[in-house]
Design a protein around this ligand. Structure first.
Ligand SMILES: Nc1ncnc2c1ncn2[C@@H]1O[C@H](COP(=O)(O)OP(=O)(O)OP(=O)(O)O)[C@@H](O)[C@H]1O
Ligand SMILES: [Mg+2]
Length: 259
């Protein structure tokens, strides 16, 4: 995690609103200031509708902010960028394409063909443990496998930044624990910058080097909390006293906001 690692994100005074039926606009993000170092994992937590998914979409270059800036390694993010992979809140796989063809789709769009594409797809499937399902259709997969496929699709272009929007929220708690452990193991190998949205305080702590708490809409940063756990982490560490203290701190910020 050196200061020069790739994948540094800087959000400065970033505000966003959406058009409404009336003339007024719906303010969604309010002057967000947030830096995520290259190779760092930051978890975002905040109430429903506070703008977390919108924030990830801005960082992915899918929607422009009203004001302020989003930068990746000093460059403004203006368009979807191959250095940034996004896994949406609902896995959006093309139902008529096999898993491998879904994972290969971003490469297809980028003009990567033949053996190179096939090798990169099988590498990404291997990383998420989905090799055996390469020829299946999305409808034949469990929810967890669909999430893995979406993750493989985000990884296939070897991004410097991974944005994960509640990636495991639809999974049962044991599968979710296992996926979180696997996600950290993947991070140990790739050292990608990761921003992950979650509603679970234990998950936010287990995954994050820092936990950023957002207020209700329009979302702004109400707390930025360092997680006092070293890497690699084990689920058992979630029982440690420092973790309870961190959880209390996060809860206090969320509750103050809701009051
Ligand atoms: N494309 C859009 N056009 C208009 N309004 C939108 C659009 N996308 C999101 N919104 C509104 O912006 C607000 C923030 O939505 P967003 O999905 O970013 O919240 P969130 O924090 O991800 O919520 P959740 O925890 O439920 O996933 C909501 O009020 C939502 O209805
Ligand atoms: Mg959301």
């Amino acid at each position: 995690m050196s200061a020069t690692a790739r994948g540094r994100i800087e959000l400065a005074d970033l505000s966003l609103s959406f058009p409404r039926r009336d003339a007024a606009r719906l303010p969604v993000l309010d002057a967000i200031n947030l830096t995520v170092g290259g190779g760092e994992i930051v978890t975002l937590i905040g109430p429903n509708g506070c703008g977390k998914s919108s924030l990830l979409r801005v960082v992915a270059g899918l929607i422009p902010p009203d004001s302020g800036s989003a930068r990746l390694d000093e460059q403004p993010i203006v368009d979807p960028d191959p250095r940034i992979g996004l896994v949406f809140q609902e896995p959006r796989l093309l139902p008529w394409r096999s898993v491998a063809a879904n994972v290969g789709y971003p490469l297809e769009l980028a003009g990567v063909q033949g053996v190179e594409r096939a090798e990169r797809v099988s590498g990404a499937l291997h990383r998420v443990g989905l090799t055996a399902a390469a020829d299946s259709l999305p409808a034949q997969l469990s929810g967890g496998m669909r999430q893995r496929a979406a993750l493989a699709r985000a990884l296939v272009r070897e991004p410097d930044v991974l944005l994960l929007d509640e990636p495991f929220s639809a999974l049962d708690s044991m599968t979710r624990d296992r996926f979180n452990v696997e996600l950290l193991a993947l991070w140990e190998r790739l050292r990608t910058t990761i921003v992950v949205v979650t509603h679970s305080i234990p998950e936010a702590i287990f995954l994050g080097h820092r936990v950023v708490v957002l207020s209700s809409r329009p979302g702004h940063v109400v707390a930025d909390i360092d997680v006092p756990l070293a890497s690699p982490r084990t689920l058992d560490e979630l029982d440690a006293a420092v973790v309870s203290a961190t959880a209390r701190e996060i809860r206090a910020h969320l509750e103050t906001d809701a009051a």
